[in-house]
Design a protein around this ligand. Structure first.
Ligand code: AMP
Length: 424
């Protein structure tokens, strides 16, 4: 016999039904919230040409440099499992010439992302994101609305979260700032960790993402981008903050907050939760006006965010988690083969009427079937045994108070519909 293959790859995991219930609850909730804000779903391919991410995210980012699942397909083309979805959404936007339609294009997505990251609590190599992108406006009010939507999505699920906000400048003011940053970094480069030493010359902004303790005192003395914004960026940032104030949204201005991806300009934000521990980021986002051009498209103002679903479900409040566990409305218990045929018929009929019915085929005793109904959280069990069958009736047992009563089998559908007995 071959060896049993019983382990998934490191960093990959199966989402079992209980956790899937929470994923589904959040996804359904997100669909409702996104629709309220006028966003429509897009599903892009999970496998993309490697070039899309190399150009769209940047060769010298950790994601592209170290973390992508890249391989040659059968036609020897380099392909990559998407590490994030923004580049794919913009690719689809360009490929389908969505920029031709008037107004702002508002899209959302949900699905798996792949990054070969170091193993750490709260980090997986296949993880799930829900995200939204709005393409076609540079109005500061849309930055604020995007942030409001992300926060409302969390708040309406009962999740406490906090907004961290910064502006990272634009293609005019950032290069000047980067020059300044590099010259400051050069003064302390030998004191920094290996990664920071490399970043100092390749991708200096990423130094601010460093979590190594000995780098922190040096990082704190570095100039902050927000103090070196050009006038347009400073005005844009002031207006975004004004709109957030109007909406009553609290935030912490974090002058050294940068995003790991090259194409971000101006508004950059993170949403964090105190309940998550070291990996406290629930969502990250911002404006990426340069991405379309980086992919060969026309200039397009755009912004978006991505929210980590794996982390969000970890801190979902108890009452939401309880809601996510779907219980069958009715458990149908039977004794004997003839009764099984009868309950199958009843279940079929009830399902066609919209009820969820659970039938167990392991031919257990009545006691074990009731135990299973209890475990599933069903409140009502419909019982058919030889005696009931002979009289063309079924017993209904309420598991809450053990009351039991009989109903003529042909009347069950009408009866349940009338009282809507089940725990829906
Ligand atoms: P990013 O695309 O890196 O801006 O990440 C956005 C959000 O996705 C983060 O705030 C996390 O909640 C989540 N996320 C990113 N990477 C991972 C990962 N490896 N495992 C789980 N969640 C992740």
């Amino acid at each position: 016999m071959e060896d049993l293959i019983s382990n998934s790859l490191p960093g990959m995991r199966d989402l079992l039904p209980e956790e899937m219930g929470r994923f589904q609850l959040v996804e359904e909730h997100a669909r409702r919230v996104f629709a309220q804000y006028g966003f429509a779903e897009i599903r892009t391919s999970i496998l993309e040409p490697t070039e899309l991410f190399a150009r769209g995210i940047g060769d010298d980012t950790d994601i592209v440099g170290k973390e992508m699942y890249t391989f040659l397909d059968r036609s020897k083309r380099s392909v990559t499992l998407r590490p994030e979805a923004t580049a794919s959404v913009v690719r689809a936007y360009l490929q389908n010439a969505m920029y031709r339609s008037a107004g702002v294009t508002k899209l959302y997505y949900m699905g798996p992302m792949f990054r070969h990251e170091k193993k750490q609590k709260g980090r997986w190599r296949q993880f799930y994101q829900i995200g939204a992108e709005a393409l076609g406006s540079d109005h500061p009010a849309i930055d604020a609305e995007m942030i409001e939507m992300a926060l409302w999505l969390l708040k309406s699920l009962g999740v406490e979260a906090h907004l961290l906000l910064n502006s990272v400048g634009c293609r005019d003011c950032r290069p000047r700032y980067i020059d300044l940053l590099r010259s400051e970094l050069n003064k302390c480069v030998t004191d920094l960790c290996e990664d920071c030493q490399r970043r100092a010359s390749t991708n200096s902004l990423r130094v601010f993402d460093c979590k190594v303790e000995r780098c922190q005192p040096f990082i704190e003395t570095l100039p902050a981008i927000s103090e070196h914004l050009c006038q347009e960026c400073a005005e844009h940032f002031a207006k975004v903050k004004g709109c957030l104030d109007e909406a009553g949204i609290a935030y912490t201005f974090v002058p050294r907050l940068v995003r790991g991806l090259d194409y971000y300009i101006r508004t950059a934000f993170e949403i964090v939760s105190g309940e998550l521990g070291a990996q406290n980021a629930l969502a990250g986002g911002g404006r990426y006006d340069g991405l379309s051009e980086a992919l060969g498209g026309p200039p397009v103002h755009a912004l978006g965010f991505a929210l980590g679903l794996d982390r969000l479900v970890m801190i979902l409040p108890e009452e939401q988690s309880a809601k996510s566990q779907r219980k069958p409305e009715l458990f149908l218990a039977y004794m004997g083969e003839a009764a099984l045929i009868k309950v199958s018929e009843i279940a079929r009929d009830l399902r066609h009427q919209g009820f969820s019915c659970y039938l167990d085929f392991s031919a257990g005793t009545m006691k074990s079937q009731l135990r299973m109904a209890n475990k599933l959280g069903t409140r009502h069990v419909l019982i058919v045994g030889d005696d009931e069958l002979a009289r063309n009736v079924a017993s209904i047992k309420c598991l809450d108070d053990s009351r039991q009563w009989e109903i003529a089998i042909p009347d069950i559908g009408a009866y349940l519909n009338r009282f809507r007995i089940p725990n829906s």
